[in-house]
Ligand binder design. Structure first.
Ligand code: PLP
Length: 385
């Protein structure tokens, strides 16, 4: 079976995990602090705060942005459900805008009509690692005076050209950017997340919020020569990253440039191998972005049945996933807005599939995937006639 993704882990990560286990300090210690520093340096961000997942990162970023119960946050439905859920955790309502039919990212031209007096923030997504139009979205956020949060779960190592300069996603380009280290993403710590931000007070508050809002960090209390009593000055959470995860993350971060380069190479191979399948569309990368190709998502020819194609792939030893989901079609959100629909988001969910792509994928494996996709499309087209 050719899997959809496979983490690239080896002796470096193993030794890092063992080093932490033997050290006697396994959470919220020096490894977490070092991972934060190295991650900030990689993304060019002033501050990075490690947490337990991207979902917890999004939740804390929205709280730090001032999102309160009854507020609205403008975002996309066409994303993993964690994006919308993090808004609901704040007691706020997501207001969904449609995507561009070519990049599958938030359409900035639809953003302002989604604003209301209750709008408190914009949460944009770099879907599947492809950066969204941060110049246009950032301009609207600034003009409207609302914070901008980037769901960069998939986008570590992706770049965007702004003001004529190539910049890493996560700088951040708004107020906060949130990353995921789940194994389905390209840098993994098993589970884990990171928030980057520019404001040092916000960074300090986020570090407290992830640890029950405790006023003193463990490392500080541990090193102190006098007894310190901590306080808990607001409602906080247990969103901690362990030092075992952080040590693995540091090893993964060293390999990231190689991982991204390899994924771009594999994406280029697919583009050639899949050329000529009538009606099939490979990912569209605007000239002002460089994707990390966290996922390789293709749009099937119009008459192809998505599930049918995926079944043919499965029967031939190739794993696939349907395209990105739409939160508004799931029960929790349907109950909030039963009649709601989004043309492009739904079309893309129903007509796209994600193909296998992993660091050590062999040329012959890619050729096999392409051959089976070609065959599956042909079979499905016949059925359609
Ligand atoms: C994976 C993903 C998340 C959630 O990340 P976790 O680390 O699993 O919480 C959020 N948003 C998007 C767009 C994702 O792809």
């Amino acid at each position: 079976m050719i899997p959809i993704i496979r983490p690239w882990l080896d002796a470096g990560e193993e030794e890092a995990a063992v080093r932490v286990l033997r050290s006697g300090w396994i959470t919220q210690g020096e490894e977490v602090a070092a991972f934060e520093r190295e991650f900030a340096a990689f993304t060019n961000a002033p501050h990075a705060i490690a947490v337990s997942s991207c979902t917890s990162a999004l939740h804390l970023a929205l709280l730090a942005a001032g999102v309160l119960p009854g507020d609205e946050v403008v975002t996309v439905s066409h994303s993993f459900i964690a994006t919308a859920n993090s808004i609901r955790y704040c007691g706020a309502d997501p207001v969904f805008v449609d995507i561009c039919p070519d990049t599958y990212n938030m359409d900035p031209s639809r953003l302002e009509s989604a604003f209301s007096p209750r709008t408190r923030a914009i949460l944009c997504v770099h879907q599947l690692g492809m950066p969204c139009d941060l110049s246009a979205i950032g301009e609207i956020a600034r003009r409207r005076g609302v914070p901008l949060i980037e769901d960069a779960a998939c986008a570590i190592g992706s770049e965007i050209r702004m003001d004529g300069v190539w910049q890493k996603i996560g700088k951040p380009h708004g107020d906060f950017a949130c990353f995921s280290f789940h194994p389905r993403k390209i840098l993994t710590t098993g589970d884990g997340g990171m928030i980057t931000c520019t404001d040092s007070h916000q960074a300090a508050r986020l570090r407290r919020l992830r640890q029950h809002a405790m006023s003193v960090a463990d490392t500080v209390r541990h090193r102190a020569n006098e007894i310190i009593f901590e306080t808990y000055d607001e409602l906080g959470f247990n969103y901690r990253m362990t030092d075992i995860q952080a040590a693995i993350g540091r090893e993964q971060l060293k390999k990231l440039p190689q991982i991204v380069q390899r994924r771009r190479e594999l994406a280029r191979n697919y583009q050639h191998l899949l050329a000529g399948i009538s009606g099939l569309r490979t990912p569209h990368e605007p000239e002002w972005v460089r994707s990390n190709f966290q996922s390789y998502c293709v749009r099937l020819p119009p008459d192809c049945n998505q599930k049918g194609v995926q079944q043919v792939l499965l029967d031939n030893g190739v794993a696939s996933r349907r395209g990105v989901m739409c939160a508004h079609r799931e029960e929790h959100y349907r109950a909030l807005a039963p009649e709601f629909s989004l043309t492009y988001s739904e079309q893309v969910q129903d007509q796209t599939i994600i193909l296998p792509l992993y660091h050590d994928m062999e040329r012959t494996e890619q050729e096999h995937v392409a051959m089976v996709v070609r065959q599956a499309c042909a079979v499905e087209m016949d059925w359609g006639l």
